[in-house]
Design a protein around this ligand. Structure first.
Ligand SMILES: Nc1nc(O)c(N)c(N[C@@H]2O[C@H](COP(=O)(O)O)[C@@H](O)[C@H]2O)n1
Length: 157
């Protein structure tokens, strides 16, 4: 069975980057993965002063709106680094929060798909031809956590 997720308030909403699960990255606590991801777009760019505004945004939707502002200059390597940045943040989220880590592990080997009607990179898009990079990251994070649990159980036996 393929598992579709999208909005934080819907089934499997904890897989959305908009879910209210804070992460600490380099000593800074971010309210959601989305806040952190949107802020990373501006690290080292001439518009870096937007980062504290994104950090302080009261909702992930507001953080995303700030990060998507076309009037601002993104860091020049954004397209190269964005998938790695997302993976590190998503891994941190599931290492930090035991309850959603369990939800992820219980999905076993099911395919996970971000059912975004508009996003053909992170999600599957309206016609399901999208690249689903968020779903792929979640499946790879699931495997990494599974492997690390297996190694720690084995080393205790
Ligand atoms: N839950 C939710 N609501 C939305 O409105 C969304 N667009 C998404 N998708 C997430 O949006 C992020 C991509 O942002 P950029 O287009 O790169 O600015 C990424 O976190 C998607 O998973 N989710």
């Amino acid at each position: 069975m393929t598992i579709y997720f999208y909005k934080a308030g819907q089934p499997y909403g904890c897989f959305s980057n908009f879910s209210p699960h804070p992460i600490e990255m380099e000593g800074v606590c971010w309210p959601t993965v989305e806040h952190y991801y949107q802020a990373q777009k501006f690290v080292g760019s001439k518009d870096e002063e937007i980062i504290p505004l994104i950090h302080a945004a009261s909702t992930p939707e507001k953080a995303a709106a700030l990060g998507r502002s076309t009037a601002r200059a993104l860091r020049t390597d954004w397209e190269i680094v964005k998938t790695d940045i997302m993976r590190v943040a998503v891994l941190k989220k599931f290492l930090t929060h035991a309850q959603i880590r369990e939800v992820l592990l219980v999905t076993a080997d099911e395919i996970l798909i971000e059912n975004s009607p508009t996003d053909y990179f992170w999600g599957c898009g309206a016609d399901h031809t999208g690249e689903n990079h968020l779903g792929k990251i979640l499946m790879s994070v699931r495997e990494e956590i599974r492997q690390s649990l297996y190694i720690s159980v084995k080393s205790n036996t």
